[in-house]
Write a protein that binds this ligand. Structure first.
Ligand SMILES: C[S@@+](CC[C@H](N)C(=O)[O-])C[C@H]1O[C@@H](n2cnc3c(N)ncnc32)[C@H](O)[C@@H]1O
Length: 265
């Protein structure tokens, strides 16, 4: 079993790993203008949504946020994004769907500092914090967005109960993430037992495969340049490069990538 899988098996080590990895990545990617850290999304035929010229190079990653952002209406709502990464999705959703206010939270302090400099928009702010201990009062938000991050959380049920706590009654969760086959029963159990209802679920694996394929050449070039050689294998998995372990697992059906819409009753 690869070392990475052992690390992911231990809760304490898992949090320590992400606490180290993402700030490391933010520093390594300095100056590259990388504002998305997800596997991306493309439909067949292509989604073809109109984008601002500055979003065009990130089209496939933007489209994952577009898909998630249309799971429930965000216009005029107070929105929390848990694990906003480098803030590209927070910026796109704020510009496109006009929420009343949008707060992006992430564990990575270097990522949050980057977001504050890069995405200066009215109604958009960023805060460092932990998905399992959200620094907000009960009932603070109308909607919570969470994209490709919950696989990092050592205690996924605790994240779901924190999300339910900070949501107003009737509030929405717009969620997308993946799990390897062996982790799917625990994922589904946590969702079935959480204090929210599933209002919709979609297997978006085929769209994510197309997204990974669109980004593969660019991601490979970036990781070749920015990561030390001993991290290239890991980098290929994180970027979902065609032929990587994660890409192959998704193609073979050993990994499920889904979007969910939950509602707090
Ligand atoms: C794959 S990246 C996705 C980032 C962003 N959602 C995107 O699509 O570009 C996963 C993110 O989860 C964040 N993360 C990991 N563990 C976390 C935790 N316990 N609380 C908050 N954020 C966390 C990481 O710092 C990283 O930014």
């Amino acid at each position: 079993m690869p070392l990475i899988d052992h690390l992911l098996g231990s809760r304490t080590l898992r949090k320590a790993l992400w606490k180290f990895w993402y700030p490391f990545l933010t520093k390594r990617l300095h100056g590259e203008g990388v504002v998305f850290l997800n596997y991306a999304y493309e439909t067949d035929p292509p989604l073809g949504i109109p984008l601002a010229p500055e979003d065009e190079p990130d089209r496939a990653c933007v489209q994952l946020y577009h898909h998630v952002g249309t799971l429930a209406g965000l216009r005029g709502r107070t929105v929390l994004e848990v694990s906003c990464g480098h803030g590209g999705g927070a910026s796109y959703l704020t510009r496109t769907f006009a929420p009343a206010a949008y707060t992006g939270l992430d564990l990575n302090p270097a990522g949050i500092a980057f977001c504050r400099k890069r995405h200066a928009l009215a109604g958009l702010d960023f805060i460092q914090g932990d998905a399992e201990n959200l620094p907000f009062a009960d009932g603070s938000f109308d909607a919570v967005v969470n994209v490709e991050a919950s696989h990092c959380y050592p205690d996924f049920p605790r994240f779901l109960s924190e999300v339910a706590r900070v949501l107003k009654p009737g509030g929405h969760v717009l969620y997308a993430d993946f799990r390897f086959s062996e982790s799917i029963p625990a994922w589904e159990k946590a969702i079935a037992e959480c204090p929210m209802e599933v209002a919709g679920m979609r297997d978006i694996g085929p769209c994510v495969i197309r997204g990974m394929e669109q980004n593969s050449v660019r991601s490979q070039e970036l990781l070749d340049r920015k990561l030390p050689e001993f991290l290239h294998g890991l980098g290929r998995d994180f970027a979902g490069v065609k032929g990587s372990r994660v890409y192959n697992a998704l193609v073979a059906g050993n990994l499920s990538y889904r979007s969910y819409h939950f509602v707090k009753r």
